[in-house]
Design a protein around this ligand. Structure first.
Ligand code: OGA
Ligand code: MN
Length: 288
């Protein structure tokens, strides 16, 4: 399917919900202004860009990512207590490089948008697929929350128009059954409040800003808040609004965290196969 815009690379839409594959761009090379502008336009049109067949070092990934804004550091800690490096890995391999025995309570497997527990969350996350499960699977899903918002009834749009949600690292850990953060981590990442209905800063589109880093809707009692958040989340993650990315080695994917929820799928042999991606996160702007 052709794009409505002209681009200086071969690009084709992957799904109606979002996603385009791009061929013939070498991300390890410096970007000139025209190419950067074209990538940004494609990013706003398709929300998920899949650059095929990329070979780049972590250093080159860092340099490419930096074109799009300030780089995010990570709240998580390695088993030795050190913070992750800015280009870190998303993987099922343990410190010795062996597949883990069983899946941990990991946030990535629940719908979320990256860093929504920050006052200034992520614009885009970029993953470079270095090793993928030999027997298949290990997909990533994306839900388009502009589509979700647009499809709400007028009554619901009016009901949620001015609602705000508290997001926190603590709630995030609780929601996925992970061990709670320590006091230092909690004070390092105090709870933040964001609108439920977010306005996309580049397009003006309205989106639903949800995900498992949420604690509650401000001013509602817990039961009502839980029920409404579940209803909205279920609504915007129904199949109609979801694209499932089946990775190929060398894929370099960047997605728009302001408009999408995403999650990793545990649909692979994580105790046998290897899955390793290099990851960078670029900081965006405060939601409004
Ligand atoms: C992430 C993430 C999903 C995956 O890197 O932010 O959620 O499929 N990854 O690894
Ligand atoms: Mn994520």
């Amino acid at each position: 399917m052709a794009s409505v815009q002209a681009y200086p690379f071969r690009i084709s839409r992957i799904s109606d919900v979002g996603g385009a594959e791009i061929f013939g761009v070498d991300l390890s090379q410096p970007l000139d202004a025209a190419m950067k502008d074209a990538i940004m336009r494609a990013f706003l049109e398709f929300h998920i860009l899949v650059f095929r067949d990329q070979e780049l070092t972590k250093d080159a990934q860092y340099k490419f990512s930096e074109n799009f804004g300030e780089m995010e550091h990570h709240v998580g800690r390695l088993p030795n207590g050190k913070p992750y490096s800015i280009v870190h890995t998303v993987t099922n391999l343990d410190a010795d490089g062996n597949p883990i025995k069983s899946l941990k309570a990991e946030g990535n497997y629940f719908w979320h948008t990256d860093k929504s527990y920050h006052a200034v969350p992520s614009l885009t996350t970029m993953l470079h697929a270095v090793e993928l499960p030999e027997s298949g699977g290990g997909d990533t899903q994306f839900a388009n929350t502009k589509r979700g918002y647009d499809a709400l009834s007028d009554t619901m749009k009016t009901r949620i128009a001015d609602m705000k949600v508290e997001h926190s690292w603590e709630a995030s850990r609780r929601n996925v059954g992970a061990p709670p953060p320590n006091a230092a981590q909690i004070s390092e990442r105090p709870p933040v409040v964001h609108p439920i209905v977010r306005t996309h800063p580049d397009t003006g589109d309205k989106t639903l800003y949800l995900g498992h880093h949420m604690s509650h809707i401000v001013g509602l009692d817990k039961d009502e808040s839980d029920a409404l958040l579940e209803e909205l989340s279920d609504h915007t993650t129904q199949d109609e609004f979801v694209y499932t990315h089946q990775w190929r080695t060398g894929d370099y994917v960047m997605w728009d965290n302001r408009l999408l929820l995403h999650r990793a799928m545990p649909n692979y042999k994580f105790s046998k196969d290897r899955r390793l991606l290099h990851r960078t996160v670029v900081i965006g702007t405060a939601p409004y």
